[in-house]
Design a protein around this ligand. Structure first.
Ligand SMILES: C[S@@+](CC[C@H](N)C(=O)[O-])C[C@H]1O[C@@H](n2cnc3c(N)ncnc32)[C@H](O)[C@@H]1O
Length: 301
């Protein structure tokens, strides 16, 4: 039987040759997933022998990674905001920069629920996640609100044009005990019959310029192109959402929209053209890049 170290050494050589930029990390994570232990245990026990069945499953996982498939799809799991999300080719793998969108959505709702007097019997705040994919944004927000005991004060809906993504999002919601708290719907941007009256819209829609898709890392070719392709200028889908905001948002409603790190000037120009007079501020992510636009009607003077 081969040891952990022997299996890792061979896998790292194969993955490096295949062009992985993180061959050691990939190999350790994949072996941990196959053995059902965490990566630190893999590193701590190099001389432990691995059974032949596990070694074979690890070999198959390494072969998938050699072919360029993302580690998250091979594991079937990605962490986002400290939560485990099931992921597969039905939807985009949630990215760390999107955690800012959830953080800002949570802050927005907490502010509204704690600083404005809400008489007993007030209707719940209505929250919409547009382009939910794996459900990461809606579910992470739901978990955060449940921890704050505020979940009963919001009504949450999530849409996606992809029926496959909606199926995956529902599975993830059930896994996080939110299956009966978030309504998922296949829809183009806004839900059918419920296009109005949203207090908060959070959207991570496709924003990669069509011409730049070919320059993305190979792993992205395993993700649905409809989750990435934002049209010629990257803002085609976001622009259509902007056009719907006057009808979709309540008077004090806010939209939080994730953008590419180089898209701030185009986004500001698009908002100015499509929503004259509206306010748009862009918050930066941990990497210092402009990442989430907060868009709202101007405050009455
Ligand atoms: C960049 S992915 C983001 C997925 C998820 N929100 C996340 O952050 O991981 C964009 C998602 O928007 C969906 N989408 C694209 N066009 C859409 C539209 N017109 N209406 C609703 N969803 C759309 C895609 O299917 C995809 O799941």
């Amino acid at each position: 039987m081969a040891t952990i170290q022997e299996l890792l050494t061979e896998a790292i050589t194969r993955l490096r040759a295949a062009g992985s930029e993180t061959p050691r990390l990939d190999a350790e994570v994949l072996l941990g997933a196959v053995l059902g232990i965490d990566r630190t245990a893999i590193i701590a026990q190099p001389n432990v022998p691995v059974g032949d069945g596990s070694a074979e499953r690890f070999g198959a996982a390494v072969a998938r990674r050699e072919a360029g498939e993302p580690v998250a799809y091979i594991r079937g799991m990605k962490e986002f905001r400290g939560l485990a999300f099931g992921v597969d080719a039905r939807a985009l793998i949630p990215r760390p920069e999107t955690e800012l969108l959830v953080e800002l959505a949570e802050a927005e709702l907490v502010h509204r629920l704690t600083t404005t007097p809400r008489p007993a019997g007030s209707p719940p705040l209505r929250v919409l996640d547009v382009g939910t994919g794996s459900g990461a944004v809606a579910i992470a927000l739901g978990v955060a609100l449940r921890r704050r005991r505020m979940l009963d004060e919001v009504e949450m809906v999530a849409t996606d044009v992809s029926g496959d993504a909606i199926d995956l999002a529902r599975e993830n919601a059930v896994a996080h005990a939110l299956g009966d708290r978030i309504r998922f719907e296949v829809a183009d941007l806004l839900p059918g019959g419920g296009g109005e009256g949203w207090d908060l819209i959070a959207a991570n829609l496709p924003y990669v310029r069509s011409g730049a898709l070919a320059e993305l890392p190979k792993a992205t070719t395993f993700e649905p192109v409809g989750a990435l392709d934002g049209g010629p200028d990257g803002l085609a889908v976001i622009g259509r959402l902007l056009d719907r905001l006057p009808e979709a948002l309540t008077a004090a409603g806010v939209a939080l929209v994730e953008i590419g790190g180089d898209q701030q000037p185009e986004l500001l120009a698009t908002v100015a053209a499509r929503l004259p007079g509206w306010a748009c501020e862009v918050r930066r992510d941990l990497g210092g890049l402009p990442r989430v636009a907060r868009i709202a009607r101007p405050r009455p003077s």
